[in-house]
Design a protein around this ligand. Sequence first.
Ligand SMILES: [Fe+2]
Ligand SMILES: [Fe+2]
Length: 372
Amino acid sequence: MTDTDRIIGRTEVNDIEQILMISNTDVDATVRAVADNADAIFTWDYGKGQRPALERLYEKAKTSQWNGETDLDWSIEVDQEAVVVANMAANNRGAGLDVAGTLFEKWGDKEWTELGVQSQNWTLSQFMHGEQGALVCTAKIVETVPWIDAKYYAATQVMDEARHVEVFAKYLNTKLSGHYPINAHLQMLLDDIVGDSRWDMTYLGMQIMVEGLALAAFGFMHQMTTEPLLKQLLRYVMSDEARHVAFGVLSLKEYYQDLTQAELRERQEFAFEAAVRMRDRLLQQEVWDRMGVPVKEAVTVIMQDPGQQLFQQMLFAKIVPNCKKLGLLDAGDGWLRERFTEIGVIDFEHMPDTEEEYETFALAQGEVASLA
Ligand SMILES: [Fe+2]
Ligand SMILES: [Fe+2]
């Protein structure tokens, strides 16, 4: 059995058939229970500022709170179809896609616009579910992390994540045209993160991997969208997310220093598993299903699009340098470096890590009414 088999349950990372076999079979459920397998840790050491970098982050978080109801201009009207058309025109997406001989050959503007609409409903729905994952994971960190400075900081992140779930849900409900249930690959990943008993694994799964990808994805969408309310919403959310990723890097950098090679290898494998689950969800299989298009055929064509390939790789622009900063790329025999090379994202190792760049995402005084 290969490492890939053991960790993600298939031999070939890019085996589309295997990826599509995993789907959400519980789409009508209103709640989902996941055992979190961890003790809640009290600390009697209340000495604030023993970890100065975490204390700084906590103080920063306290003065960076914004209000999703009043700081965003919800009076902006969104004509979703018009936005999809404008976004396509502005970004030239799909221009390199060769549809000759495929099911897309007969598609006209109407079908491509419908795909854009469904794709946006799906993407924002997954963001919303991922934000709830962050809300739950960070609440767990408040319980399980043994350091008082980290408990304080994580408490501010819980509030941030509540706000993120709130604004994505409101945007979906009032400006877009439908919800999607959580993607099964994203759910598997969140289940794994929540279910792990070790407190540092929550950080690695959520703050480094999921939020690292989110920070890149929000950045991409922020740049791409022509819709002013979404642009503003993403700008605010990103200012929080950058702090969250920095929290992960700062905490794990200290903790990993004392781990054995065998323990680091477990972290490398967990990071790789998370990376693959997040890539798998990008096939957005539920969109094709809802549009009545043969899923495997559609995915196979879309995966050939150079724009799509570039987009998928860019999502790792934050994850790879942060894993490097933590020593995870090269620990042991460089196992994770090899895996990231195989999935084509290793070139991002030289990008800035988020411990260094998080302050560049901060909102300026006056940019947000509630901070002024
Ligand atoms: Fe968030
Ligand atoms: Fe976050």
